[in-house]
Design a protein. Sequence first.
Length: 141
Amino acid sequence: MSRKIFTYFLVFISVSVCFLGAFAASRAPLFAEFSDTFELYFKKGSFDSYITTVSREDYRLSGNVEGEGCTVKEGITAEEIMRAFFATVVFGEETEDGISYYCYSEKIRYRENLKGKEVNLQIFESSRGIKIGAPLIYGSF
């Protein structure tokens, strides 16, 4: 009897390891088409969040994150990013450094309530380039 239980246990462990490996291998960054390095947010909120930068390869092992961000490759526009996520602009803010678009997309799982409105994609466009974050850009930009 104990040999049978041990065999079931080994089968269970083997299937679990295969499932977890397949899951990790299939994970891709939210902004994969826009950058090769990514910021991962491990707590909600810009001030409390632990932010780390990872490559595409390291992203698969990142664990559970509360948001993502990146600096966009040159030549990609804010409009292209919005189209890729079928995002609509909820509101915008212009500063002396650039303009922030606060958007909402059904394709993005992260959510944040800002000024009483649900947003989950922030695009900041300046003369230095474009930075994007979901649900918001955490840290400096």
